[in-house]
Design a binder for this molecule. Structure first.
Ligand SMILES: C[S@@+](CC[C@H](N)C(=O)[O-])C[C@H]1O[C@@H](n2cnc3c(N)ncnc32)[C@H](O)[C@@H]1O
Length: 216
């Protein structure tokens, strides 16, 4: 997916992937896991997700997002004050609870994130076509060194019935992409067949959202 595609989505506010509520699995899953951690939380390809504000209870949240508009809206819509500084090809949006690196995720360097304890991926991996998913996982691995846990919310549907994004990423592909991980656990499956995915309704015969807990 080219950057231009996403910039256009934000400029035209074609952001059907955006949820107006906290993702329902997020509190359930993290409380089941009894997750408590003081290291930072990383949210790649974060958009203006409200989940970041919720995740801030676990520690500093660091997002990465291509669109400046998304970053502006993220803070303005919650009436939160922030500052911006320029760092190489990135704009760094800074706030006591959430920072966002605005720029290309693939150009991020590990020192920009520091030590990450939890990665939260909602609609990031599934936003990318197959080859970019491989690059995405390699970059995640480069940025976040062990020990780290990833909460991955993936989506599965018959790919022939619709073109992405969001793309279908099967459990088999998840296991293959993260074959370096120490453990990959399927935590929950939500059957969204016939139901909306955020603000969008897809005409597909099956739609499953799967939550994985991946540790390395
Ligand atoms: C499907 S949206 C998901 C946003 C968010 N995770 C959510 O749950 O609402 C994908 C986001 O990734 C951003 N994005 C795409 N390519 C990117 C890149 N190379 N670097 C940083 N962000 C990127 C897009 O601008 C878009 O906001």
């Amino acid at each position: 997916m080219q950057s231009e595609f996403w910039h256009n989505c934000w400029q035209q506010q074609r952001i059907g992937f955006h949820q107006h509520e906290i993702h329902p699995l997020l509190p359930v899953v993290l409380s089941q896991l009894n997750w408590h951690q003081s290291k930072a939380v990383f949210a790649p390809l974060c958009g203006k997700s409200l989940d970041l504000w919720w995740l801030a209870r676990y520690g500093k949240v660091i997002g990465a997002e291509l669109s400046e508009l998304a970053c502006q809206q993220f803070f303005h819509e919650q009436q939160q004050e922030f500052s911006i500084s320029l760092q190489n090809e990135f704009q760094h949006f800074s706030h006591p609870a959430v920072d966002i690196w605005q720029g290309d995720f693939f150009a991020l360097e590990p020192q920009q994130l520091g030590h990450i304890g939890l990665i939260y991926d909602r609609a990031a991996l599934i936003a990318l076509p197959a080859q970019m998913r491989i690059d995405y996982v390699q970059q995640i691995k480069r940025l976040c060194t062990a020990p780290v846990s990833l909460l991955l919310l993936s989506l599965e549907y018959p790919q022939a019935e619709m073109s992405g994004p969001p793309f279908s990423v099967t459990e088999q592909e998840v296991r293959s992409l993260f074959d370096f991980a120490e453990s990959i656990q399927l935590l929950a499956v939500r059957n969204l067949t016939g139901r909306p995915f955020a603000q969008r309704q897809f005409n597909v015969s099956q739609l499953l959202e799967k939550a994985f807990w991946i540790q390395w």
